[in-house]
Ligand binder design. Sequence first.
Ligand code: ADP
Ligand code: MG
Length: 297
Amino acid sequence: MSAAPPPAAAGAGSQVPTPADGGSATGEGRPEDNVVRVRDLHYSIGGRAIFAGLSLQVRRGGITAVMGPSGTGKTTLLRLIMGQARADRGSLSVFGEDVEGLSRERLYALRQRVGMLFQNGALLTDLSVFENVAFPVREHARLPESVLRELVLMKLQAVGLRGAAGLMPSELSGGMARRVALARAIVMDPELLIYDEPFVGLDPISMGVIRRLIQSLNQTLGITSIVVSHDVREIALIAHYSYLLSGGRVVAEGTPGELAAASGEVVRQFMSGSPDGPVPFHYPAGDYFQQLIERDR
Ligand code: ADP
Ligand code: MG
């Protein structure tokens, strides 16, 4: 096995403004600096509020982390961003366009500009690694086979798996499969790349590989990235700016340094991984005793 990892992005001048260079790292800034802008978003599923006044923005060229315990609505937020679900209230714009008001055609065009590494980003098991990565291109574009081949090999090279092009998904380790899914996510040269729980189920080494890939794709290709994760430690190492969600809204935000120094109880609980605190261990439920006697009646 000699799949060489891609070269670490040599400190390529990150375009992300930091407080030091006068830009606000909050992503507030000029509207055109924000690839995604969420304002006072409200969204309920089956009468249960998932978001109640969520506001955040994703700065162009940066890595923005959206963190929160499982079930806080991180994946739901991504579905809203992609226009797969509609907010009840509030505004949500992507590439400066209000997602709510988009026609089907414009929504389709918007999705073409976004790459997604899905939480359960399964590869097509009966297609080779090469064909898995080629799949979106074959779907959306008509390219001569030689150009397609170059494109796919280039993306596989970027994730260090050009040598695995001929393998079938069943021959890949979990970490390799995720890297192939990542090559597939970038094959259409997206402007925005969204990772939903990219570290889940990976061993520490594969986690580090994915972490460095997220970083190098951001730096070398300048792809604006959103990383959704409950894994604070991995994410804190790479995000330029992070949002911590709880109870349907942002409870903390900042640069990794600001978050580490934050003193709020929710942040503390999250960073230290305590089961209970402001974020409860129990899913909201009626009275336990009452429920037990009801069953007996
Ligand atoms: P996360 O990605 O942060 O773990 P999700 O966005 O998947 O959370 O889910 C947020 C909440 O919405 C969860 O409580 C989940 O049970 C609920 N939920 C998500 N999708 C649906 C759905 N299609 N129908 C009903 N409930 C859903
Ligand atoms: Mg999720």
